[in-house]
Design a protein around this ligand. Structure first.
Ligand code: ZN
Length: 443
């Protein structure tokens, strides 16, 4: 009897857990018809007037001309969402985010006092803000501790709202480099502040990549050069050697992971491109050779102009507390980065949308669109950067990035046509992710 009882109890417990894990997911047979006044279903192609999106559960079934009568589907219950006075487009993607990072000028104090649990809770708060801003997918490249993995998995389970997350976990940095957060602290504090992405020499770097993947990293982020907004007095030139970069990329690729390289100075950008990284982040000082390599390899440039503007504002505020060394770097690097992103775009380099949110405020990711247009991108190409291009880089183009049959129902709407005025995307009024509405138009 005892054995039967245990088996029976287990049988009862399992469905209860499964149900709890998916309590936010829509019913699989739930049908929705969206009437879209204007629809940009595939960024890069012209938008069309008066279209209907037919959704079943989490997926798009089809897109139809005209406004489909929900009754014509002959299904038991069909919900109609009226966006007939809205401009509808795919959920946006931010390919450079730090969603567990708290913005502000007390970063070093936050970094050294916030527990992993607190970071997870802040991350949940920022994830909701980001989703409500219309960003239904995010690539998170760089975080402290392990909270980001739990955040990613909790969102995937439907426990909390947030963008679909891909994450690198910690970033790789040379000792004393841009990603070594122990730099500048008292010597006896260095060891506790070191993290598992610090590596020197090809063997250590291979090991670091493998350990991050063992923890659950989807991406590897490498600080290929120094950085602008860090106190490390180590310039913005190449940090990892060519041999280390090659070891990092080959190891990651052999285990099925892509590599994102933070890189500023042309020598470091070009070394990372030659080593075979999948994206260059920032790329402030790219040169003609960089552009040639970008085009030859098909590597994407994740522009992150939002963080440039943010850092420059702090540099120009005499009371900000920013050190003179960082101010000098910022005033030189940021205007150059603006010029160079425009130059790369005109030369045909694939630009992918990224903000570095966590430095700038969360939920203001769409500000990046204004900067991209400011440096010369067309509105359509700026939207492509945050949809089809980002989905391609993240290897998820079969499920997100456009509104097409078989893809996830990640759909947003704005009141005005962003192809006329890109700032429309700063006021996203409707957000659906996987067929579930997270923000609806206030009538
Ligand atoms: Zn970043």
């Amino acid at each position: 009897m005892q054995r039967f009882f245990c088996v029976f109890a287990l049988c009862l417990a399992l469905p209860a857990i499964a149900q709890h894990g998916n309590n936010n997911a829509p019913e699989v047979d739930n049908w929705i018809v969206i009437h879209a006044g204007q629809l940009l279903d595939i960024p890069g192609e012209a938008p069309r007037n008066q279209q209907s999106i037919i959704i079943r559960g989490e997926q798009i079934v089809r897109v139809e001309n005209g406004f489909t009568d929900p009754d014509s589907l002959a299904e038991e219950h069909v919900e109609l969402i009226d966006l007939s006075d809205q401009f509808v487009l795919p959920g946006l993607i931010d390919a450079h985010d730090h969603i567990t990072a708290r913005p502000g000028r007390v970063k070093r104090i936050w970094d050294t006092t916030a527990s992993d649990s607190m970071r997870a809770l802040y991350g949940a708060h920022y994830a909701k803000q980001t989703l409500e801003a219309g960003f239904t997918s995010v690539r998170n490249i760089g975080s402290i501790g392990e909270s980001i993995y739990a955040l990613r998995d909790a969102i995937k389970l439907g426990l909390i709202p947030g963008p679909r997350l891909q994450t690198s976990g910690n970033y790789l940095s040379v000792t004393g480099g841009h990603g070594d957060r122990a730099t500048g602290f008292r010597w006896d504090l260095i060891e506790p502040l070191e993290h598992d992405g610090i590596c020197d020499g090809a063997d250590e770097c291979r090991k670091a990549v493998r350990k991050l993947i063992r923890k659950g990293s989807d991406w590897i982020k490498v600080m290929a050069t120094g950085g602008v907004n860090s106190e490390a007095q180590t310039g913005i030139g190449q940090h990892f050697t060519d041999a280390e970069l090659t070891a990092i990329v080959d190891t990651a690729h052999s285990l099925g992971r892509k590599v994102a390289a933070h890189a500023h100075a042309a020598g470091g950008v070009n070394a990372a491109l030659r080593a075979g990284v999948d994206s260059i982040e920032h790329g402030a000082f790219i040169d003609d050779e960089s552009i040639r390599l970008f085009k030859q390899t098909g590597t994407s440039l994740v522009a992150t102009l939002s963080v440039g503007d943010h850092v420059l504002q702090i540099a120009n505020d005499p009371d900000s507390g920013m050190s003179e060394g960082v101010r000098i770097k910022a005033r030189e690097a940021i205007p150059t980065m603006m010029d160079n992103v425009g130059r790369a775009y005109r030369a045909g380099v694939t630009i992918v949308f990224g903000t570095d949110s966590g430095e700038p405020e969360h939920g203001r990711n769409a500000d990046e669109f204004l900067f991209l247009v400011q440096v010369g991108m067309s509105e359509m190409d700026a939207i492509k950067a945050a949809t089809v291009n980002a989905a391609e880089l993240m290897g998820v183009a079969d499920s997100v990035g456009s509104i097409e049959a078989g893809k996830a129902a990640d759909i947003i709407a704005v009141a005005n046509n962003p192809l006329d005025d890109i700032s429309a995307l700063q006021q996203v009024g409707f957000v659906m992710q996987a067929g579930r509405v997270y923000k609806s138009i206030q009538q």
